[in-house]
Design a protein around this ligand. Structure first.
Ligand code: ADP
Length: 579
């Protein structure tokens, strides 16, 4: 059966943008692969004139001209000198490489889950390691106006997309921060929806366009990266375009890396539709590359086949996805490509997630003051969420997309058992109506002890991480998981299932030598989750000193990107040896 439901929740932020519609262009001039670096001010996208004519392959996309000029006299668009310099080279930081990140979401512009966090924090960490990093994103309407206003127009051109050569406008808007350059692909037709993901019928054309436009934009900007690093199915056609249409262009020299953040989402749809929209050559539509179940095409499967390296976000998940249980139908394909699969665990941005400087908290704290100061945060959390204010109660948090992946059926099953006069539970999330309603039911049933905050809210998330004692992450599968990392950073003890990145980042508590970071269980059974929560409660209520020691240990644990960013850098360098 075709997967039409494989979208992340779309009920998250939808900040209205007032960005004006970028009009198409008049006439193409110089092929994108030959386009010169942008030099002087050009037309803002919203002032670009209507297109009259354009009939060139995307990989030869031509810069937009402001007014109609005879083709033979046309020159590339020149623009304002936008500072594109990479951070200052520091010799002791090792070799330098350039990397283009291509993905569908990135904090703080647009985020629906962990991918958004990684697309922000990893490039920033890589820039500090002497890498030249550019992030390419869709310019969705939901990107807050404060960022839209700071974007600079870098140029535009027309690109063919579909197998019948239909032409589409590609605008490039640039924004810079922390040594990272963000280039937003602008096209009103594809990105005018409030949310990044809608449904597959719309999303397949949208991300075919995005993948191809990203490469065409790199050629247009004359920025040839050593590595093109794409993320998840939305960017999975990039390696295929790179080795087909863009093969003989500048960007075609780049190495392709694909990171799987969640194998559940693959971009599977009717083969004919993907073939039409992508305009990819027929030969990639075979059973070892794009084709699945005869009738469907699978964008992630094709991306895996055509990438030089496939990474995923933890070691355990890298192994799990090659098994039938976790392989989501791609286990055999992944095993075939196993020699190029590498697991690198995610980190978190420790500047954003820092309880010592977090302005959203009632009281900031570090590992020295956590035991005392957490009380003030717990009190503020209880007050703001309508829970009974009582420092002696153990507050258990859950921050999650409310979907089948996250082990919520286990949580639902154990709630009646764990709710007692000493325990409070706070759930923050949106997603499947069934889960939302069940949690609302529990809120009503356990008034003052259970809070169901059904929304996507960053501020509330910060306060829960700081104010709760323990955080549940009982996922059915979890590629890496960030909430357990953030919880530890905020001195909240994670209770997790031993799968994927949860297994790699949370060491089980050992009562004999007082080591470990949290409580874990292995098989996907509610009884085992119940047992893990009870073990946590026992330590919390009966051996508070041991609990407090674990809280401090968790805060001291290195959950930053430092180590992992270094691993990514080593991989880039290994893939692009210099003679
Ligand atoms: P996934 O990517 O599968 O959703 P992760 O654990 O990798 O899960 O990342 C989840 C990220 O989204 C974390 O930063 C978490 O704090 C955030 N998050 C999830 N749900 C909410 C919510 N309802 N409100 C605020 N933040 C949320």
């Amino acid at each position: 059966m075709r997967k039409k439901t494989e979208q992340k929740s779309t009920t998250k932020r939808s900040v209205k943008s007032t960005a004006k519609k970028a009009a198409p262009v008049k006439k193409a001039t110089v092929p994108a692969e030959k386009a010169e670096p942008v030099k002087e001010a050009a037309v803002p996208a919203e002032k670009a004139e209507p297109v009259k004519e354009a009939a060139v392959p995307a990989e030869k996309a031509e810069p937009v001209k402001e007014a109609a000029v005879p083709a033979e006299k046309a020159v590339p668009v020149k623009q304002a000198a936008v500072v594109t310099e990479a951070p200052v080279v520091q010799p002791d930081l090792g070799p330098r490489r350039s990397v283009a990140f291509i993905g569908s979401e990135c904090y703080p512009f647009v985020k629906t889950g962990g991918l958004g966090d990684v697309m922000y924090a990893l490039p920033k960490a890589l820039a500090k390691l002497n890498l030249d990093v550019k992030v390419i994103l869709p310019r969705y309407k939901c990107i807050p106006q404060k960022f839209q206003e700071k974007m600079e127009y870098r140029g535009s051109f027309y690109m063919n997309l579909c197998s019948d050569g239909k032409q589409y406008y590609v605008g490039i808007m640039e924004y810079q921060e922390d040594g990272v350059v963000y280039d937003f692909i602008d096209n009103d037709e594809f990105f005018s929806w409030g949310n990044p993901y809608t449904n597959l019928i719309d999303d397949i054309p949208k991300f075919c366009y995005f993948a191809k436009a990203s490469l065409a934009a790199l050629n247009y900007l004359d920025w040839t990266p050593d590595v093109v690093h794409c993320h998840d199915w939305q960017a999975a056609l990039v390696p295929l375009y790179l080795r087909t249409c863009f093969q003989d262009t500048n960007v075609g020299r780049a190495i392709a890396v694909l990171t799987i953040h969640n194998l559940k989402f693959q971009g599977i749809y009717d083969r004919k539709m993907i073939q039409y929209w992508s305009g990819l050559p027929d030969y990639v539509f075979n059973k070892d590359c794009m084709i699945q179940n005869w009738l469907d095409a699978n964008m992630l499967k094709g991306g895996i086949a055509y990438s030089n390296k496939v990474t995923t976000v933890s070691n355990t998940y890298a192994w799990e996805i090659q098994t039938e249980e976790y392989g989501e139908g791609l286990a055999a394909h992944l095993r075939y490509h196993s020699n190029k699969i590498l697991g690198i665990v995610n980190g978190i941005d420790t500047d954003i997630w820092n309880p010592a400087t977090d302005k959203l908290l009632a009281s900031d704290y570090d590992d020295k003051s956590v035991i005392e100061k957490k009380k003030a945060n717990k009190k503020a959390l209880q007050e703001s969420l309508g829970l009974d204010v009582d420092d002696h109660k153990m507050v258990i948090g859950l921050i999650s997309r409310l979907t089948n992946q996250k082990g919520l059926d286990l949580v639902n099953a154990v709630i009646p058992g764990i709710m007692d006069e000493h325990t409070q539970v706070v759930v923050l999330g949106t997603g499947d109506a069934w889960y939302e309603d069940t949690f609302r039911y529990y809120e009503n049933k356990y008034k003052g002890s259970f809070c169901a905050y059904i929304a996507y809210n960053e501020n509330v998330a910060h306060n829960i991480y700081a104010g709760c004692d323990a955080l549940l992450v009982p996922s059915r599968f979890e590629p890496c998981g960030l909430t357990q990392l953030i919880a530890m950073r905020y001195g909240s003890v994670p209770i997790v299932r031993e799968t994927g990145g949860l297994k790699d980042t949370v060491w089980p508590y050992n009562m004999f030598d007082n080591t470990g970071n949290g409580f874990t269980f292995d098989r996907y059974e509610s009884g085992l989750l119940y047992d893990a929560i009870n073990r946590a409660k026992t330590l919390y209520f009966e051996h508070r000193e041991c609990w407090d020691n674990m809280v401090v240990r968790d805060m001291e644990k290195d959950v930053s990107w430092e180590k992992s960013a270094k691993q990514y850098k080593d991989m880039y360098v290994e893939l692009t040896p210099r003679s």
